[in-house]
Design a protein around this ligand. Structure first.
Ligand code: GCB
Length: 583
């Protein structure tokens, strides 16, 4: 799915602003007219989450109703017009001028509606009902009752009762855009790259809106290179291969980007065009290694959250810049989009700044009871499709993660993940596919995933306070895992809560010293294992989660930076390991 852009054939209008907002605590609304019947209209920022903006809204998960109005810019007559939501958490129903446009389930991924037939030049009324309530058959799930599941992974006693450890923020969380294209337009572009000795090769697959006699023109430029190729459409598809002699490959240290622009040509006219930045690189697993451009790469980095006070889970450009500055300062080369796809702009900057990204679907906290299983399966497949359609062209994305910590000991788990894995591979054979597990040797999906991603908290949730015992257990477990699966291992999460300003010598749980000690001892061990391909600390920053007895102040304190991005002792300790020459 192409991100909207303005150029000489396309134009984007952003609806980011204050919208009208109302809570619907009795869930009585049934159509867009309902908005005006609800009490308590108030302004809300779009995009944002509603939970930290209102004193009466923190634990309210929906439904909430949004309304705004907009006029079309001058010159959009006769164009195809599309309404696009970057992310609505969790379920959105949308009306334009009182006509239902449709619904979308699942946060963190974009969806759009062709509104050409419903939109007016002026005075358009847009209404959105957002339902963020937790339910057993939603993904991620919550309010699960019945079968007891593993206590730590279930967060069973927490409020709100999410089956995952981050606050279930609700709302329109990324920009809402209206954009115009020509009636015949570039529908999709897929770029795949390879490296043949000294040269790069860029394969471009373009889909257009209609099977009309037309051709596509491709321009590739950058770093002294310029080439143009034309290809005729066969049906709705045109394909081309562009060679880049003396290519400058994309990597974390050298994020070389090229400009690719595609024109749709009818007769002699250019009717649509689309431009993007691409990077030429390869990524694959080979034996015990992860190879970027055929060179072994070791991942240093974090799991993170899109989380900040007041705005909740929101597209916040300054926070993205800040977090990249922190990642650079500390010496990270990578991160995982735990536990859902981050904004498109986060990936644009990863491409530009040179960070390696493990892109994860929103399938966190999955469990395999029969009831609701088919719905959860359909959602997981939808998320794989939507995430890959959105992010497939980013050189920074080096791997797809199908899920985080599923309870996959159940018999249905294996075919469930085999299906997701096959789906991911059929859409993209160029990147490794993995899944992040806490089960270790019992994780059935590790048998077919391309590499093993493990989360471990020995020395925290178990072997509490006893790092000697924790480390020797971890050492044995890593060797056993490697012996069983014969695949490279990424320690995708490890860490300890540290209350900022709490100190202890000798180090003791919840102190900054204990967190620093635990993380550095883990790293020391990981570096002794030749099959370990990286260390991702949990978490970059403290983040909001549900209230519970293990979460003081409703926060997870495993950040090495505070929620307002100040370093704890561990941040300095990690920097001294990851950037030893900086002191
Ligand atoms: C995990 C989860 C992560 C939690 C973390 C913790 O294993 O993947 O979402 O936040 O543990 O701090 O307990």
């Amino acid at each position: 799915m192409l991100y909207p852009q303005s150029n000489s054939h396309r134009q984007v209008l952003t609806l980011s602003d204050f919208w009208d907002f109302r809570f619907d605590p009795h869930d009585t609304g049934i159509d867009s007219g309902w908005f005006s019947g609800l009490a308590g209209g108030r302004p809300i920022a779009v995009p944002s989450s509603w939970n930290e903006q209102f004193e009466d809204g923190r634990d309210f998960l929906g439904p909430g109703w949004y309304q705004t109005s907009f006029d079309l810019p001058w010159g959009w007559d006769g164009k195809r017009i599309v309404l696009r939501f970057g992310s609505v958490n969790y379920l959105a129903e949308v009306w334009l001028n009182d006509k239902p446009l449709g619904m979308h389930e699942g946060g963190h991924l974009p969806f759009e509606f062709d509104i050409t037939a419903f939109v007016q030049a002026t005075g358009n009324k847009l209404v959105v009902r957002v339902d963020g309530r937790l339910a057993f058959d939603r993904v991620p799930p919550g309010n699960v009752t019945g079968d007891p599941v593993d206590f730590f992974a279930s967060h069973a006693g927490n409020y709100p009762q999410a089956q995952f450890d981050f606050f279930p923020f609700c709302g329109i969380q990324r920009p809402v855009l209206v954009y115009a294209t020509a009636r015949d337009f570039v529908r999709d572009v897929t770029v795949q790259t390879e490296f043949t000795g000294s040269g790069g090769r860029v394969h471009v697959h373009v889909e257009s809106s209609a099977a009309i006699p037309s051709k596509a023109r491709f321009h590739l430029s950058g770093h002294g290179h310029h080439s143009t190729v034309e290809a005729a459409f066969s049906g709705e598809v045109a394909e081309a291969t562009l060679d880049v002699p003396d290519v400058l490959l994309w990597s974390a240290g050298n994020p070389n980007l090229y400009n690719l622009s595609i024109e749709l040509v009818q007769d002699r006219d250019i009717v649509d065009s689309y431009s993007m930045k691409i990077g030429v690189r390869t990524i694959r697993v080979d034996g015990n290694q992860l190879l970027l451009n055929d060179q072994p790469v070791y991942l240093t980095g974090f799991g993170r959250h899109e989380d900040f006070s007041v705005v909740g889970r929101v597209y916040l450009p300054a926070l993205i810049v800040k977090d990249y500055a922190l990642l650079h300062w500390i010496g990270a080369n990578s991160f995982r989009t735990s536990h859902y796809p981050y904004s498109e702009q986060m990936l644009d900057l990863a491409d530009q700044l040179g960070f390696l990204v493990i892109d994860e679907t929103p399938a966190v906290g999955l469990y395999f009871r029969e009831d609701g299983l088919e719905k959860r399966r359909a959602l997981c497949l939808q998320y794989v499709n939507e995430m890959m359609a959105r992010d497939k062209n980013h050189p920074s994305v080096i791997m797809w993660s199908l899920a985080n910590e599923p309870h996959s000991t159940a018999p249905h788990a294996r075919p469930f993940f085999e299906q997701l894995y096959a789906q991911a591979k059929s859409l993209d054979a160029t990147r490794p596919v993995t899944l992040v597990s806490f089960l270790g040797v019992d994780e059935q999906a590790f048998e077919f995933c391309d590499l093993v991603c493990l989360n471990r908290y020995f020395g925290w949730y178990s072997q509490s306070g006893n790092l000697d015992e924790a480390l020797s257990l971890l050492s044995v477990e890593l060797d056993t895992l490697h012996e069983k699966f014969g695949k490279p291992i990424l320690l995708a999460e490890f860490g300890a809560d540290a209350i900022p300003g709490h100190h202890a010598q000798p180090p003791e749980m919840f102190s900054e010293e204990y967190q620093a000690e635990m993380i550095s001892r883990y790293i020391e061990l990981l570096r002794q294992k030749p099959y370990v391909i990286g260390e991702h600390v949990w978490n970059l920053c403290d983040f909001k989660t549900s209230q519970g007895i293990t979460r003081a102040g409703g926060l997870n304190y495993k950040g090495v930076f505070t929620r307002d991005r100040r370093p704890k002792l561990a941040a300095h300790r990690i920097r001294s390991i990851w950037r030893p020459s900086e002191g």
